[in-house]
Design a protein around this ligand. Structure first.
Ligand code: AHR
Length: 632
């Protein structure tokens, strides 16, 4: 008999308990959620023509030049100059891994140009993979030898293509300078220019995440300090956002020449806006004055840490400050005079050791003094079981940040064994933010670690432990979030995309079920008066949703046997006669989802009648069940 006392509550579940972790890894931002289709739109990649094919009949000296005006414009120094006579010149951009083009959809092309010598006209078209034209418009540039002009042109695609291309043919004779050559689909999220891929944002919105952690991950640190993430370089006009090497660049598969850079078209303003759009709390993470400790030992000396600390203070002003303040004004100029209502801020990612502790102290002191209501989140390395972690936990608890950000990427066995990890954690002082976790299952059939049912089931078991301890673990997020099936460096990942489609992994469905059924209060659930943490392979938690008036039971059967779960609900609430159940069950632990079978492992909805306050329910082998019973 499994007993639930629906009149007793043990802890509050924070409204933002289950969130998402966003990083530009696996083409998550550039080539992913950031809907720009042109790769290397402003010729700032270290190889200035990377991503571009140039077709000319007879290439003459000086016909195609990359000009560099670094002294004048250090954030966007390069532009392309074409000087031509009669033969056509063609530029082709193949996108990040091809461009996803949809039949009947409007495409918005734009560019900056300067017609130095008149006589050039342009034909802009979309091509499919084989080179067939699938949409076209013409453009006659206006003469202007001094000033850069901007042009926007829209046209409709006549066919769908998974790996489309953009072609620009230059006709006539003359000279033209070109920069910021851009193409966006007409169906971006909220139809915003410079917008995001709507299907990816909608998938996030449907998860109802409590927060968005951004911009990473290791990209916060960079492999070295020069390549760390600097939020101030990611706001303002997009042409002024200075390109940066992506820390995940070298890991792009089959790439001798790295081609993964951050354009910051999705920058800090857009991250705040995205959080606001989908009702999630913004949770930015800033560099702590330390590069990735797994790559280099580069740190900023304590005497030079001032500007880093100032960046944190300025970020808070950017998010929350009045429009009269320096940074609040910049937010207003970008179109958001209202504050973003930032409540928390992470300092450092996976940093550890005494060097981190002494830097964190400087950040917490400055933030605490100027913004005492901002909750500071400290990092905690990744060594969840090790001595380093114990040391750090002790040191950090002495500093008393609002949250300590624990990360674990471990086996299914580890997650099952650690479902009680927080049962004996300190109940006072810093709360836990489980800011990155994922089960790295050993049961893959292929060499690629795509999430499978084993990983998702073990995560579900572990998450019952997080939920039971919602007074200690106040926030949690799976990582990484997105991966492009043709360009990923890390797997498993929660959500997979190609240029046109999206699907959720089995882990996605588990995360979503927890998030949309988070409830408001933890209630006791026991088997033989014990917490349910692995007895017969069962793991369970139970919450009330006092707003929706629902009792929500989450129960995992991690065993290969069918098991009977007889629930007995105590308390004075009047329960409805029927329970609504979301069940994910699959006898094959290596079963996964894919573009071809996107819902092979996904919830099935059923109902079950109660007998009085008892519910007799059969748990399928390898199953995760969310049982909801309404009450009045
Ligand atoms: O989620 C992928 C990476 O894992 C993150 O960038 C880093 O924080 C962790 O090591």
């Amino acid at each position: 008999i499994i007993k639930i006392n629906a009149d007793k509550t043990l802890a509050k579940v924070q409204p933002n308990m289950w969130g998402v972790f966003f990083e530009d890894i696996n083409f998550g931002a550039d080539g992913g959620i950031y809907a720009e289709l042109v790769k290397n739109r402003s010729f700032e990649f270290p190889e200035p023509l990377m991503g571009w094919d140039v077709n000319t009949k007879k290439q003459k000296d000086g016909e195609i030049l990359v000009l560099n005006q670094y002294e004048k414009n250090p954030s966007n120094p390069r532009y392309l100059q074409i000087t031509k006579e009669n033969d056509d010149v063609q530029l082709i951009n193949k996108g990040f891994r091809g461009m996803g083009i949809k039949k009947g959809l409007r495409y918005d092309f734009s560019l900056s140009y300067r017609l130095q010598q008149p006589g050039i006209t342009m034909v802009i078209s979309l091509l499919d993979e084989a080179g067939k034209e699938i949409g076209k418009t013409d453009f006659t540039p206006k003469p202007s030898s001094k000033d850069w002009l901007k042009e926007k042109l829209s046209f409709v695609a006549t066919e769908t293509s998974m790996k489309g291309k953009l072609s620009i043919v230059f006709k006539g004779s003359g000279q033209i300078d070109l920069d910021m050559i851009s193409l966006f689909p007409g169906d971006t999220w909220k139809n915003r220019p410079n917008g995001l891929r709507a299907d990816m944002v909608k998938t996030l919105e449907d998860m109802k995440p409590g927060f968005i952690r951004f911009p990473g991950g290791c990209i916060v640190e960079g492999r070295d300090m020069a390549n760390r993430y600097q939020w101030k370089n990611t706001i303002g006009p997009i042409e002024d956002r200075k390109l940066l090497l992506n820390r995940w660049n070298l890991e792009v598969p089959n790439r001798q020449t790295p081609d993964y850079f951050q354009t910051f078209g999705l920058g800090f303003f857009e991250y705040f806006q995205l959080s606001e759009d989908i009702g999630a709390e913004p949770l930015p993470i800033l560099n702590a004055g330390m590069a990735c400790q797994y790559n280099t030992a580069e740190v900023v000396s304590l005497s030079e840490l001032g500007p880093y600390v100032q960046d944190a203070l300025d970020l808070i002003e950017f998010a929350n400050g009045a429009v009269e303040t320096t940074w609040g004004k910049k937010r207003a100029e970008m179109g958001h005079p209202k504050p973003f209502n930032l409540k928390m801020l992470g300092i450092g990612n996976e940093n550890f050791g005494p060097q981190y502790v002494e830097r964190l102290k400087m950040f917490t002191a400055a933030i605490g003094k100027k913004y005492p209501n901002i909750k500071v989140i400290s990092s905690a390395g990744t060594d969840a079981d090790g001595r380093q972690f114990d040391y750090l936990n002790k040191e950090l608890r002495a500093i008393d940040p609002a949250f300590i950000d624990e990360h674990y990427y471990r086996s299914a066995e580890w997650f099952l064994k650690n479902a009680g990890r927080y049962d004996n954690y300190p109940r006072t002082g810093s709360k836990v933010f489980a800011g990155e976790y994922a089960v790295h299952s050993g049961a893959e059939a292929s060499g690629v670690k795509r999430n499978n049912w084993q990983s998702a089931l073990a995560a579900a078991a572990f998450m019952t432990g997080l939920e039971r301890n919602a007074d200690v673990v106040e926030m949690a997020s799976y990582a990484p979030l997105f991966a492009h099936i043709n360009a990923f460096q890390w797997s498993p990942d929660l959500i997979w995309v190609d240029n046109l489609n999206i699907y959720g992994s089995p882990d996605f469905y588990v995360q979503k079920l927890f998030s949309i059924n988070k409830g408001t209060d933890v209630t006791p659930i026991t088997l033989n008066n014990e917490k349910i943490v692995g007895q017969d392979g069962l793991y369970a938690s139970s919450v009330l949703d006092e707003t929706k008036k629902e009792l929500i039971i989450k129960i995992v059967n991690s065993s290969n046997k069918t098991q009977q779960a007889d629930f007995e609900i105590a308390g004075n609430k009047k329960f409805k006669k029927t329970a609504q159940i979301q069940e994910i069950a699959n006898g094959n632990l290596i079963e996964s989802n894919s573009m071809e079978k996107p819902k092979a492992v996904s919830p099935v909805e059923t109902t079950k009648s109660l007998k009085g306050k008892n519910l007799n329910y059969t748990l399928k082998p390898y199953s995760f069940n969310v049982i909801k019973i309404k009450y009045s």
